[in-house]
Design a protein around this ligand. Sequence first.
Ligand SMILES: Cc1cc2nc3c(=O)[nH]c(=O)nc-3n(C[C@H](O)[C@H](O)[C@H](O)COP(=O)(O)OP(=O)(O)OC[C@H]3O[C@@H](n4cnc5c(N)ncnc54)[C@H](O)[C@@H]3O)c2cc1C
Length: 386
Amino acid sequence: MALDPETFDLLKSTLQRFVREKLVPREDEVAETNGIPADIRAEMQELGLFGLSIPEAFGGLGLGMEEEVNLAFELGKTSPAFRSLLGTNNGIGSQGLIMDGTDAQKQNYLPKLASGEMIASFALTEAEAGSDARSLRTSARRDGNDFILNGTKRYITNAPHAGLFTVFARTEDPDNPVGSITAFLVEAGTPGLSIGPVDKKMGQQGSLTSDVIFENCRVPASAVLGEKTGQGFRTAMKVLDRGRLHISAVCVGAAERLIADSLDYAMERKQFGQPIAEFQLVQAMLADSRAEAFAARCMVLETARAKDRAEVVTTDAACCKMYASEMVGRVADRAVQIHGGAGYMSEYAIERFYRDVRLFRIYEGTTQIQQLVIARNMIKQRKSEL
Ligand SMILES: Cc1cc2nc3c(=O)[nH]c(=O)nc-3n(C[C@H](O)[C@H](O)[C@H](O)COP(=O)(O)OP(=O)(O)OC[C@H]3O[C@@H](n4cnc5c(N)ncnc54)[C@H](O)[C@@H]3O)c2cc1C
């Protein structure tokens, strides 16, 4: 626990109020303008939301995993685009730096990320290297004291806003003919780094992704994360472990929002002379959603507590990501059904959420990749016992 219980409760109730009073009323605006309003970003900064998981020594709140998921449950209750703006600073954009960065790198970047003055992006995926991230082709060729980066990263969240990219590229390795993967900290504006057009997506309007292109982009050796080459893949996998728990918590929050909206609608909407909530077939949909969201909440909390006890949670974090992201897809589908025709219309938030939550089953490791992680770890564990 980083904060004493009263301070944490105060932070949580402030966030709940912020979500309810400031973010939910602006959801349509964010979807229509495909951007987060500047005043909302400023309020997020004031509340310290960009530095939830960044250590206090660097200006963040230094929250533990249980505290972080408890806040992510709340952030999940509004458009995922809001969370996405601060998600990379708390998650995949900063965690590599926190886990494996040198003191100088941490001093240089973490305070700016914690305050939200600088946005961080995580650039792993490429056109030919998605689930198979290990096959990435972006190259980093040594040239004296520098490295020269060439290649294109795809679908990079917050790239158009980012001041700092953690970029994964292949460096030469005498022991390994295909080279090894190294993480680089590259600042926006570095000559040779450019950002492609903003991607047009199915949902999560307001959260921007685009290509990040490196053309003979020269960076000093001090830009190597942790100043050690060949460690990048390990860093990426560690970062994703934590990120998966965070995303799972956001899925739980989104499911709880969808359930609350569905219940209100079902109690108000009348057919055959009574509220549709009185029909047992509608009750079944509400009950299934409630039970599944509750199961996911319990899984996420249990795994977050284990992570705070410094236990290895790779398998359970993958279970959480797989279950929670699939769960919120089912809950969103039932929410549309409970709303009937209204659920298909963009006047109601349900239609937007239905599209928004689809992404959770794809990024930070698809459901199939989570299944592979879980089953492989089960087999490995059993073999070690035999
Ligand atoms: C909106 C958005 C934001 C993103 N943000 C970022 C970001 O900030 N940084 C970043 O680096 N990446 C980001 N990504 C990329 C994301 O992580 C990848 O899209 C994801 O990992 C899947 O890779 P892919 O799209 O290449 O699909 P593929 O890997 O081509 O997968 C296609 C299908 O094949 C399945 N599949 C693949 N391999 C196997 C296998 N071995 N066994 C069984 N099934 C398999 C997959 O599960 C999937 O169903 C983002 C993506 C999106 C859509």
